[in-house]
Write a protein of this length. Structure first.
Length: 98
């Protein structure tokens, strides 16, 4: 069997797998749409805000809304002032940088 035939088979197999992944994602999206719509209605009805995990520091209250440098606003090597800051994991985009 030629190497080009093996490569072409590999490419075709990957294209089929990508198509299957998109089909699966589309079906899952259609299946969960009513649930998400119901949750959005409840959030709008009850005027809910973002999840509040801790009440101490503003960067632990709403991790999705915090700046990346907020814990270090005093100076970069400052000690953590609040115990909740030691319970929260760093954002996933920062885990590989250190």
């Amino acid at each position: 069997m030629r190497k080009s035939t093996i490569f072409l088979s590999y490419v075709i197999l990957n294209i089929i797998l990508v198509c299957l992944m998109f089909t699966h994602a589309f079906q899952k999206q259609r299946a969960t749409f009513p649930i998400l719509k119901e949750k959005a209605t409840q959030v709008k009805k009850f005027a809910l805000t973002d999840l509040c995990l801790f009440t101490e520091a503003r960067y632990t209250r709403h991790p999705t809304m915090a700046d990346l440098n907020t814990p270090f606003q005093d100076f970069p090597m400052s000690i953590e002032h609040y115990p909740s800051g030691s319970l929260m994991l760093p954002p996933p985009q920062l885990k590989g940088e250190f």
